[in-house]
Write a protein that binds this ligand. Structure first.
Ligand SMILES: [Mg+2]
Length: 101
């Protein structure tokens, strides 16, 4: 396996670890924790895994294996995502599948 492939697998693993931390939070709550890690809540696990993902992405971009985007482009992508989230939340609310917290 090439180094670039190894780093892409690391990126994939971190994505999966974020997913797992979010799933645990949904199943047991943000304030709960793994029995063997009482000092790390599920919320903290989400943050830890997210920033580990960011660290791997940063490395991939620093080494130019993945393109870097301008801050303007990043903000445009984030803004568009938030707009889509709102649209689909409205759709889900209107089809009676989304209830307010
Ligand atoms: Mg991790």
């Amino acid at each position: 396996m090439k180094r670039s492939e190894h780093l892409l697998v690391c990126l994939m693993e971190e994505c999966a670890e974020v997913q797992q931390a979010v799933a645990k939070s949904l199943r047991f709550g943000l304030e709960d924790h793994h029995p063997e890690r009482p000092d790390l809540t599920n919320e903290a696990e989400i943050l830890t895994e997210f920033y580990q993902l960011v660290a791997v992405m940063d490395l991939l971009q620093e080494e130019e294996m993945i393109s870097s985007l301008s801050e303007v482009e990043v903000e445009r992508i984030k803004k568009r995502k938030l707009e889509k989230l709102g649209e689909y939340m409205d759709y889900s609310r209107n089809t009676c599948h989304l209830v307010e917290d």
